[in-house]
Design a protein around this ligand. Structure first.
Ligand SMILES: NC(=O)c1ccc[n+]([C@@H]2O[C@H](COP(=O)([O-])OP(=O)(O)OC[C@H]3O[C@@H](n4cnc5c(N)ncnc54)[C@H](OP(=O)(O)O)[C@@H]3O)[C@@H](O)[C@H]2O)c1
Length: 328
């Protein structure tokens, strides 16, 4: 089975490929070649965000592929996100238009609110700081007003679908209770050590497809945070002995086992790799299935380990909509 045949249905009657290509933490130079390699390998779902500052490079490659006829626009599924600095009703139209211009597209397939908290909108500064070294928060965040503005983008044809990212159950419930168009997707951290069982069940009940970010546990995250002066020790799931034992049994790589475990739950996964061999490996997971006993072993690895708490933005936990109360 190839990946384009493997998709999940969204509540707006469109389909989303269950395996996508993540693009965070890649430099422009490596990403241009990597997006080419990803499209060659069969990825049709690409995940980006305004704050990744890589939409222009992705747009350049998409333009080349669409205008040469190598791929049709309607066969692609492009996701981007509203930045924290755009978290007010008037910010939604401003930032989706900028993202579309960067991507050289008339519409995206899915537009997400990236995070439930908000920064001040300072032109040219995605991560504005106060004089005491804290992130410059905008504390008056109105999710319902922002969601109405998200619905307007869908009405205007700038996106085919709208959804949320990093929202918790009570924040999603508030949006659901006030939405004309309910969110169709929730993108959250999800991997073998943080399987988000309660959140996934909640989303299934509410017809919200879940997308797993950091599906491999982002083995590069600790060195990325180190660059911002934040020293953390994070577990490497790819080295877990249970995962490695299962990989040997199926003659697959540990990353392939981790991704298969996610998609067999009906959850979308968006692994990032700029290495052509690894990005091909990550999509080559449609020729086997994990049996029930291996699924049970992988299910048992869940330890509620959250890798990304956004604390790299000093003071972010003071925002009233910081989504992880257990980390406050
Ligand atoms: N909504 C949000 O707030 C949010 C937050 C985080 C991420 N995301 C999205 O989710 C995507 C994926 O998450 P992520 O980038 O945090 O983490 P990830 O996909 O779990 O891990 C990426 C890391 O794994 C390495 N890797 C990839 N494939 C591998 C393989 N087969 N074997 C060994 N190592 C492998 C990559 O290195 P190489 O590149 O060198 O292969 C990279 O260091 C992001 O790129 C982004 O699009 C969204």
């Amino acid at each position: 089975m190839n990946q384009s045949a493997s998709s999940v249905s969204l509540n707006n009657a469109t389909k989303m490929p269950i395996l996508g290509y993540g693009t965070w933490q890649a430099t422009d130079a490596e990403l241009e070649a990597a997006v080419e390699a990803a499209l060659e390998a069969g990825y049709r779902h690409i995940d980006t965000a305004y704050v990744y500052e890589n939409e222009k490079v992705i747009g350049k490659v998409l333009k080349k592929w669409i205008s040469s006829g190598k791929v049709k626009r309607e066969d692609l599924f492009i996701v981007t996100k509203l930045p924290p600095g755009g978290m007010r009703p008037e910010g939604v139209s401003k930032f989706i238009k900028r993202s579309l211009a960067h991507l050289q597209l008339d519409y995206v397939d899915l537009y997400l609110i990236h995070v439930p908290f908000a920064f001040k909108d300072i032109e040219g500064d995605l991560h504005p700081m106060t004089s005491d070294g804290k992130i410059n928060l905008d504390l008056k965040t109105d999710h319902i007003g922002i969601w109405k503005a998200m619905e307007e983008q869908l009405d205007a044809g700038l996106t085919k679908a709208i959804g949320l990212s990093n929202f918790n159950i009570s924040q999603i419930t508030r949006v659901l209770n006030n939405a004309r168009i309910p969110p169709c997707n929730l993108q959250v951290e999800l991997h073998a050590y943080h399987q988000q069982k309660e959140l996934v069940d909640f989303c299934k009940k509410n017809k919200i497809v879940v997308t797993a970010y950091s599906p491999l546990g982002n083995p590069g995250l600790a060195s990325f945070l180190d660059r911002f002066g934040k020293k953390v020790e994070l577990p490497n799931i790819l080295k877990n002995p249970v995962v490695n034992e299962i990989a040997k049994k199926y003659n697959k790589e540990p990353a392939q086992i981790l991704l298969k475990h996610i998609i067999q739950r009906g959850v979308v996964a968006i692994p990032k790799s700029t290495n052509p061999q690894r990005l091909r490996q990550n999509i080559d997971i449609f020729d086997f299935s994990l049996d029930d006993s291996d699924l049970s072993k992988l299910n048992a690895l869940d330890a509620g380990v959250r890798l990304l708490d956004f604390d790299v933005f000093s003071g972010v936990k003071e925002h009233p909509e910081y989504p992880f109360p257990e980390l406050k």
